[in-house]
Design a protein around this ligand. Structure first.
Ligand SMILES: [Ca+2]
Ligand SMILES: [Ca+2]
Length: 220
């Protein structure tokens, strides 16, 4: 019973951590669900201006400007990782690439710890032509990449979603999370960025769990 209780505690902590990531997400529209597109209608090869106007709180600034806003059942891509929409980014590896930035609900603060999570899938509609890498950065400006934070490396074009997690301490303040594809075509979805809960928060959570466990034991 003791082991079961421990396992339950670990599961509860993990669940709480997942909830914290989703409920305190600083990224506005990180899953692209808030947009002006007609339901079920794919939007291909959008210019930076078209994409920025279509998708709330997201600004495109790449050099190839062929962004696509996809929905379920296109046949070209896996269905969205979350909700009804996903974004396809082009990149030819030769200097032309799609890029965009997410506006944050409150800025990243220098010296604070954060957890980042996002999902990338290879392109079903094109043959994989090389390793896939999506670069994520922090910027003070919606239209520039800023400082490199993380690169999701190693995935060769396939149609399945891959989850990437990265924890970091911010080196500078930033109001935008930026995303660039510098490799082959890929779809991205469901970007989550949340401050790591403070030790006091964990202490309160553990105390709460302790109470729940104590109550359960009393009942037995
Ligand atoms: Ca989505
Ligand atoms: Ca395109």
């Amino acid at each position: 019973m003791k082991t079961a209780y421990k396992l339950l505690t670990v599961a509860a902590l993990l669940a709480a951590s997942e909830t914290a990531l989703a409920s305190t997400n600083l990224i506005l529209n990180g899953d692209f669900e808030i947009n002006n597109a007609v339901a079920g209608q794919y939007q291909f090869n959008l210019s930076n201006a078209e994409f920025s106007a279509l998708v709330n709180d997201v600004t495109a600034y790449g050099t190839s400007a062929e962004l696509d806003l996809y929905t379920s059942g296109s046949g070209y891509e896996p269905n969205p990782q979350s909700g009804a929409w996903e974004v396809r980014l082009h990149g030819d590896g030769g200097g032309l690439f799609d890029a965009f930035s997410f506006r944050l609900s409150s800025p990243v603060v220098s010296g604070t710890s954060y957890n980042l999570r996002f999902y990338v899938a290879g392109d079903l509609g094109m043959n994989p032509i090389g390793p896939l890498s999506i670069k994520v950065g922090l910027s003070s400006d919606a239209s520039s990449f800023g400082a490199l934070l993380y690169t999701s490396n190693g995935l060769i074009g396939t149609g399945s979603w891959n989850q990437y997690d990265y924890s970091f301490i911010a080196a500078n303040d930033a109001s935008y999370l930026t995303v660039q594809n510098v490799s082959v075509s890929a779809v991205v979805d469901n970007f989550l960025l949340a401050p790591v809960p403070e030790p006091e928060t964990w202490a309160m959570l553990l105390a709460g769990l302790g109470l729940v466990g104590w109550a359960a034991r009393q009942r037995r």
